[in-house]
Design a binder for this molecule. Sequence first.
Ligand SMILES: Cc1cc2nc3c(=O)[nH]c(=O)nc-3n(C[C@H](O)[C@H](O)[C@H](O)COP(=O)(O)O)c2cc1C
Length: 189
Amino acid sequence: MAARRRIVVGITGASGVIRGIRTAEALLKRGFEVHAIVTDAAWAVIRHEVGKDFAFPKKLALYGEDDSASPLNSSSFLVDAMVVAPCSMKSLAGIAAGYAQNLLIRAADGMLRFGKMLIVMPRETPLSLSALENMAALRRGGAVIMPPCAAYYHAPKSVDDMTDFFVGKILDALGVEHRLYKRWGGHAG
Ligand SMILES: Cc1cc2nc3c(=O)[nH]c(=O)nc-3n(C[C@H](O)[C@H](O)[C@H](O)COP(=O)(O)O)c2cc1C
């Protein structure tokens, strides 16, 4: 039997923390071992955008940005892929520069060092030149850059539908089957 895939979900203090939360939940639901790193700023945004009483599912391994006891501090703890959603411009810059100032950036740096899948969902608009250059640097380093650009072809009816679309795109990049959004099947006529 194949080993259970281990995936890290990093959540930073950008708007749209629900995208990281739902990604972690979707992966747990599909049997993955999920480790989440939530920065201090992300907790503030979670309280604001999701609610003061929000709690992650108990079967997820949860770490703060300064958790020096986390196994994710070492690349000897093997993980298959990492998603940073949403990714603030600060964390984007940190990852692009290899400035491993906290656990999330260090874990992301480990993915790049080993050539493993790193999916980054940056959130800011409009974008500064430095943000664009940081994204280009990460892409050159092998990361998948996935800005949360809304689509309309799947006929979203709600914010939840929009969120499912972004989570579905992340699962697509990870090669995980799902039915979170309706795929384009061509025109009827
Ligand atoms: C409600 C709220 C929304 C924010 N949204 C964004 C955002 O979309 N993009 C961004 O780069 N920073 C955003 N910020 C600012 C970041 O939280 C701040 O730069 C923080 O230092 C990022 O730290 P982190 O990357 O370690 O989580 C937001 C802050 C708040 C309070």
